[in-house]
Design a protein around this ligand. Sequence first.
Ligand SMILES: [Zn+2]
Ligand SMILES: [Zn+2]
Ligand SMILES: [Zn+2]
Length: 280
Amino acid sequence: MKITVLGSGGFGYPLTFCDCEYCRKARLMRGKNIRKRASILINDEMIIDLTPDCQVAMNMYGKDMGKVKLLLQTHTHLDHFDINQFTTLDYKYATKRNDSLMLVCSELCLNDIQNKVSQYDKMDLYNDEYLNKINLKTKTLNHGESMFFDNYTIKAIYCSHDEKIGAQLYLIKQNGKSILYATDTPPLTKTTLKELKGEKIDCIFLDESFGIRDYYFSHLNIKYFDEYINKLKQNNLLNKNCLIYATHLTHDGNPPHEELEQILKQYGYMPAYDGLEFKL
Ligand SMILES: [Zn+2]
Ligand SMILES: [Zn+2]
Ligand SMILES: [Zn+2]
């Protein structure tokens, strides 16, 4: 499985209007310190989260959005879902696609996407005729449920980040390898553990929004990131050489990349960065 990090920031780093020490440093140092909103691309054909930065990221890293077959949406907070990019699927933008795109998300998430896009543009994601016309398929997958697509197994996993819009995480398996994409999320719950039971994870991208800050709410700081990983280990869910990446990094607690790298190294973790690509 080839993984490409399209974005590793929470809300973008440096933050748009912010002039704090970390944002100032990021603007000066650039490179890995510039973080687009968090999403990943798998095998150049599956995107997790259509963020407002996806289109730019795909172009930057030589990827083709027209070849993406599957869009897994974790939730619709606007740093994860871009209404404008989504609505360009509509025929009035003269979008041409050979393969159809499949949108996978929870039922509540699909409702919310429908609400958002219908306010902005006329789209009816519950009308099969319309979906055929724009070459889009939708598949609701609620936490605890699995689906197959080509040779992938995709499982939606519970998290308590925002239950009213059905926020969830995804476990993706292919050719004996598995990756857990776990942002946005607060600390691990019993339901999450139950749904992950029996899995062996080779790579995890986990929310580490608040870094060295001593607080967390609906996201994690390093302390709770470490606690989350340790619970996964105690439950035998991680393979021995599991790659553990921190993502959704915000300016509110995460120092410049190299400094953060040193801090996370002590725990055996790594900060993700935009453009990172590797094979599992
Ligand atoms: Zn800042
Ligand atoms: Zn969120
Ligand atoms: Zn977020």
